[in-house]
Ligand binder design. Structure first.
Ligand SMILES: *Cc1c(COP(=O)(O)O)cnc(C)c1O
Length: 375
């Protein structure tokens, strides 16, 4: 079976984890601190706060912002469900915005329309607190525009950069644009710690708040054990951090191999009806997922195609989730097909292909030939 993705784990990774396990210090030691420093330096921010996963990173960031009951957070319609769930779990309401048809990222024009509409009325204006853009599949959203709208209306921005470690927009890294960026180290992402996540920020107060919140609300400033907030236990373990440190040594080469694999697929699909991923001007994506679109008239065969490919030894998947049309959000807010027409279309046509360092050209050719043959 050619898998959708396989993490790149080598002897260095295994030895690093073994060393921590042998040390007997599994949590709250120095490995997490070192990993945080490495990420902060790589991304180019003052602070990085490691947590148990990216869902925790997003949840804590919204908590630290004080997002609460009846607040509105603007968010893309098309993402992994955690992006909307964390808003809901804070008691706030996700205000979904449709996407761009080519990059699958939040559409800045639609975002502005929605903002203008919310800001027109006092009641909704005062409830509107933040924007949570996602860098879909490792390509950054239009952050310059998004930051301009956020500044205009005095809103906070938290980047869901789960898939985008190393991606840039206008030469500037993901996780450095908003107040904070949240990254994932799940095995599906470019580098992994098993489960794991991190928040990047330049704001020291925000960082201190996050450090307290991830550790039961314990005051990080004082030697005496005191609790200043009702926090959670969202800490990363030492052996995860050790794995993260060795994984970071490979990040640049992992990104280059993904970029090469992406151009390989692009060439193989040349002259076919499959729509290959489009890179927006000023973007350097990391291709955490390689997402194609089937021709419109073949969309109804997408799930059949995924099944057939499996029998040919090829694991593929849909792109990501149409969040407003999942049962929970549909029932709660009454979203309907047609409310987010671009997401409706992309959701049914998307097909993600295998993408991992060890994938070779022969396998890529087999994958593409099999897809084109079946269609
Ligand atoms: C993977 C992912 C998450 C969640 O990350 P976890 O580390 O699995 O919690 C959130 N948002 C997006 C866009 C993702 O792709």
């Amino acid at each position: 079976m050619i898998r959708l993705t396989v993490p790149s784990i080598d002897e260095d990774d295994i030895n690093a984890v073994r060393e921590v396990l042998k040390s007997g210090f599994l949590v709250q030691g120095s490995w997490v601190k070192s990993f945080e420093n490495i990420i902060a330096k790589y991304v180019g921010v003052d602070h990085a706060i490691a947590v148990s996963n990216c869902t925790a990173a997003l949840h804590l960031s919204l908590m630290a912002l004080g997002i609460g009951r009846d607040d509105f957070v603007l968010v893309t319609a098309y993402s992994w469900i955690a992006t909307a769930n964390v808003i809901e779990l804070c008691g706030a309401k996700p205000v979904f915005v449709d996407i761009e048809p080519d990059t699958f990222n939040i559409d800045p024009n639609r975002l502005l329309d929605k903002l203008n509409q919310l800001m027109r009325k006092r009641e909704t204006a005062k409830r509107t607190k933040a924007i949570l853009p996602v860098h879909a599949f490792g390509q950054m959203a239009q952050m310059e525009a998004i930051m301009e709208f956020a500044n205009r209306y005095e809103l906070s921005v938290i980047e869901d950069a789960a898939c985008a470690l190393g991606a840039t927009h206008m030469g500037r890294q993901a996780g450095t644009w908003g107040l904070a960026g949240c990254f994932s180290f799940h095995p599906l992402k470019n580098i992994t710690t098993g489960e794991g996540g991190i928040v990047t920020t330049d704001n020291i107060e925000f960082a201190d708040n996050l450090r307290a919140l991830r550790n039961h609300g314990q005051n990080t400033q004082s030697r005496n054990r005191d609790f200043i907030l009702p926090g959670l236990n969202y800490r990363m373990t030492e052996f995860q951090a050790a794995l993260g440190i060795t994984q970071m040594k490979k990040l640049d080469s992992l990104i280059s191999s993904r970029r090469e694999l992406a151009s390989g697929y692009n060439r193989l699909f040349d002259c076919s009806q499959i729509v290959t991923p489009i890179t927006a001007d000023d973007n350097e994506p990391v291709f955490q997922t390689y997402v194609t679109l089937l021709p419109k008239k073949q969309a109804h065969r997408r799930d059949w195609l995924i099944e057939r490919l499996r029998t040919h030894g090829i694991e593929t998947s849909i792109g990501t989730i149409h969040m407003p049309l999942t049962s929970y959000y549909r029932n709660r807010y009454g979203h309907q097909p047609g409310d987010f027409p671009i997401t409706d279309d992309v959701y049914v046509r998307s097909l993600s292909l295998p993408m991992f360092e060890a994938l070779n050209m022969t396998e890529q050719k087999y994958i593409v030939d099999t897809i084109l043959g079946l269609l």
